[in-house]
Design a protein around this ligand. Sequence first.
Ligand code: AHR
Length: 489
Amino acid sequence: LQAQNKVTFHTDAPTQTINRNIYGHFAEHLGNCIYGGFYVGDTSRIPNIKGVRKDIIAALKALKIPNLRWPGGCFADTYHWKDGIGPKEKRPAIVNTWWGGVTENNSFGTHDFLDMCEELGTEPYLAGNVGSGTVQELADWVQYVNFSGKSPMSDLRQQNGRQQPWKVQYWGVGNEAWGCGGNMRPEYYADIYRKYATFMSGHLFKIASGANSSDYNWTEVLMKNIPLHMVDGLALHHYSVIEWNKKGPAIDFSEEQYFQTMRSACFMDTLVRRHSAIMDKYDPKKKVALVVDEWGGWYDVEAGTNPGFLFQQNTMRDAMIAGVTLNIFHNHSDRVRMANLAQTVNVLQAVVLTKGEQLILTPTYHVMEMYKVHQDATLIPIDVQSNKYTYKNEQLPAVSASASKDKSGVTHISLVNIDASKPQEVTVQTGAAYKSVAGRILSSAKLQDHNSFTQPDKLKPAAFKGAVLKNNMLTVKLPPFSVVVLELQ
Ligand code: AHR
C-alpha cells in the first residue's frame, strides 16, 4: 500500500448544488434501445405498461433518473414527429438510415415517449430535427406537446387522446450539427440555431448542438454568435474510445486497452475545464449550462450482433468510466448542469441489457445507483492528491473523488481507484467532526468481469469495511479498480 493519496475537504469554500440532471440518460432509436428494449408493444407477453417493459421502468425508477433524451442522436435529425402520432396502424414507416438501415413502424412516438417519462417520473429532453426538418416542424412540435390553449397543434394532441400538455422543458436544437446533424460549420449553425430558437415559443430550456470532444473552436464560435438570452445549454459530446477505427473488444480487452480507455475518460476533466473557460469569457455569470448530453465507453459490437446496433457488454472498466466521469461532473457542477449517458438500454454503455424476458443490470447501473445520493446535494469542494496509475511510460491519477452534503446534512464521498493492480490507501481530511462512516463498494476479481444472462448478479455493490474514521481523518483502503461511496454522519 502507498500512503500519499490525500483528499482535503474545503468546507469553507463557496459552493453550489450538484444538479440532479447530471444523472440524465439517453434513449435513441438505435438497435434495441427503443424497439426490443424499452418498447415491446402492448401485446407482448413481457409485462408492460402501454408497451413499455415494467422491469425497465422499475430499474430506472430505482436509479432516480432525472431526465431522458430522445429520439436521438443522429436519428433525431431524420425524425419527423408527425409520423409518430395518431393510430399506430396508420403511422408511416421510417428507415433508420444511421443505425442498421432497419425499417421502423413508428409505433413508439411522441405520446409513447412522453407518457413513459411520466411513468418514470423523469423530465423528457426532446432533440429537435434541424438537419432534415424545418423551423415550422419544430415550432409545431413545441406547440403540440406544450400548448394549453386552443391551437391547431393542441387540437391535434387532444384528438390523439391527450388533453393536458406535457410541458416539456428541455429541447435540443439539432444534434451533432458538425456531423450527422448536417455537417455544418459553426458560424452557419450559430445562425441556424438563432433562427430555430426564435420560433420555439414558451419558457423552454434550449440546448444548442455542441462541440465534438476537443473542438474548442465550435464552443468559441457559438458562444460568440448566439446571444445569451437565446440559449440555456451548450452541448458537448465525448466518448471514451481508444481509436474510432480500432475500438477494441468490450470484454476481452488488454490492460493497454483499459489504460487507453481510462485516458480518454479522464480527458473529460480537461474538456470540461477548457470548454468552460471559453464559456466564461462570454458568460461570466455562468448562465449557460455545459450539457454533456452524450458520454460513455464505445467499443466494438459483440460478435454476431448487427454492427449498426452498437450492442456491447459492460464490465468493471465501464464502472471505472462512470465513477470517474461523474466525479468530474460533480467537481465542475458550477458549469456542468446536465449530462446524458449513452445509452440507457442495450446500446453502448447501457445501464440495462435485455434478452427476451430477461433483464440484467450492468456495473454502470450499480455505480449510478450508488452515486445517486449526490443528486441535488451541495458540492463539497475538495483537493485530490493522487498516486499515479502507471502503464509502461504513461500515467494517470489513480484516485478520483468527489463529495457532497445532502439536504438532511449527511455527507457522501465517492472514491474510485482506476489502478489495474495496486490498491490505494486514501486519507481524507474532512475538517469536520463526523461520528460514523458506512458505505458500499463495487469491485471484482477481474477488470473484464461483467453481469451476463447466466450470471446476472456476478457484480453488485457490497457493504464496505475498508474505511476508518479517527479525529476528523478518514482512512480508506481501495482495492484495485473499485468504486466506493461512503456516508459520513
Ligand atoms: O450514441 C450514438 C451516436 O453517437 C449518436 O447518435 C450520435 O449523436 C453520436 O455520434
